[in-house]
Ligand binder design. Structure first.
Ligand SMILES: NC(=O)c1ccc[n+]([C@@H]2O[C@H](COP(=O)([O-])OP(=O)(O)OC[C@H]3O[C@@H](n4cnc5c(N)ncnc54)[C@H](O)[C@@H]3O)[C@@H](O)[C@H]2O)c1
Length: 331
């Protein structure tokens, strides 16, 4: 099948391209390169062993969308802004890019007769929750414009499923970490906001790692999160794509269900690299939940999918990528 990956020049998208090529799909990438890299697509097709059709354009541009959808059987929709903090500063960009852009994509799919979509949603739709681990049935309470756009993206798919008989799966990712085993593609470290990249950058002489809060109600006082290896996350998309026959919109958490505290992540980075991560304690960030953990049992039960890779695996692959690409992708 020919599959369109919007955002295929980004961190997760480039890994998906490799996996899709490996599974025998033809791949089209639509990306405006706002946070992605043309070089990531070049490397992904090298790793996948086959060429990819790259359309340099915006999901909000109907003509680029129409062009990219030519001959496509299913869409994996990743293109979006993803920075919670940035979305607090410039919410209107998130509304346009993530929501208006998605509406244009959906219109293009109607015009092209494409009725299958896997959507990159996020744990950010949950916001702070009292119940841990979080099942998909938990009420969505996004506490950022970013999380709101992801929740409303799911709502758009509810209607496309019920009004137009589409098959849609939304995957609510928890915290993706790590890189392809080759070390050729990975997360752009210089702009990464998340813990593992920042800890590894600190080990390479970058800014000292700040640990926000050490008196949370967790065993070691630091926040606990659910981290998932990029390879496991990629595999979840292939499983979803295979399952996407029936009309309807189904939502799945994609996480491990295993909590790791900030101190455990720091210890893992030190273990993998062989020296301790330099860090300082800092005040807790307002609104940061003490624990965020997926209940991944629905995807296990319904689709037989389970994430397998350990935190040390995630960190080791991220470190390999960083060591081989100290300056990130060439511009
Ligand atoms: N990385 C995470 O921690 C995480 C967690 C949960 C959900 N997600 C979601 O996964 C998806 C991919 O995230 P990522 O980590 O790979 O981010 P990324 O920034 O590396 O990739 C996003 C890609 O989309 C492209 N893009 C953005 N807006 C576009 C537009 N309007 N038109 C065309 N291309 C556009 C960017 O250039 C980039 O290549 C996003 O939808 C994000 O919200 C990511």
């Amino acid at each position: 099948m020919r599959v369109l990956v919007t955002g295929g020049a980004g961190y997760i998208g480039s890994h998906l391209v490799v996996a899709l090529l490996g599974a025998g799909h033809d791949v089209v990438v639509l990306d405006n390169l706002v946070t992605g890299y043309a070089e990531a697509v070049v490397r992904a097709q090298e790793l996948g062993g086959r060429p990819v059709r790259f359309v340099h354009g915006d999901v909000g541009d109907a003509s680029a969308v129409g062009d990219a959808l030519d001959g496509v059987g299913a869409v994996l929709h990743l293109a979006a802004g993803k920075m919670v903090g940035q979305s607090m500063e410039i919410p209107e960009y998130y509304f346009r890019n993530n929501l208006a852009g998605m509406a244009v994509l959906l219109e293009g799919m109607v015009a092209a007769g494409v009725r299958s979509i896997v959507y990159s949603s996020s744990a950010a739709v949950y916001g702070g929750q009292d119940v841990v681990p979080i099942p998909e049935t938990a009420p969505r309470r996004p506490d950022s414009p970013y999380g709101m756009t992801k929740a409303h993206g799911e709502d758009l798919l509810d209607w496309m499923a019920s009004r137009r008989g589409w098959s849609a799966i939304s995957l609510r990712y928890f915290n993706p970490v790590g890189a392809h085993a080759s070390g050729r593609i990975g997360e752009a470290f210089e702009s990464a906001q998340s813990l593992v990249p920042r800890a590894l950058m600190a080990l390479r002489g970058g800014p000292i790692l700040r640990v926000f809060g050490d008196a949370h109600p967790t065993p070691d006082g630091t926040c606990q999160r659910d981290y998932i290896h990029i390879d496991d996350l990629t595999r979840a998309h292939l499983v979803a794509l295979r399952a996407i026959e029936a009309p309807g919109h189904v939502v799945y958490n994609v996480g491990t269900g295993r909590p790791h505290s900030v101190r455990e992540v720091i210890a893992s980075c030190g273990r993998v690299v062989g020296r301790p991560v330099p860090f300082v304690d800092a005040p807790p960030r307002p609104g940061d939940p003490a624990v965020s953990l997926a209940d991944p049992s629905k995807m296990a039960r319904e689709l037989g999918y389970r994430a397998e890779r350990s935190l040390d695996d995630m960190v080791a692959s991220a470190w390999r990528w960083l060591e081989q690409n100290l300056d990130g992708y060439p511009k």
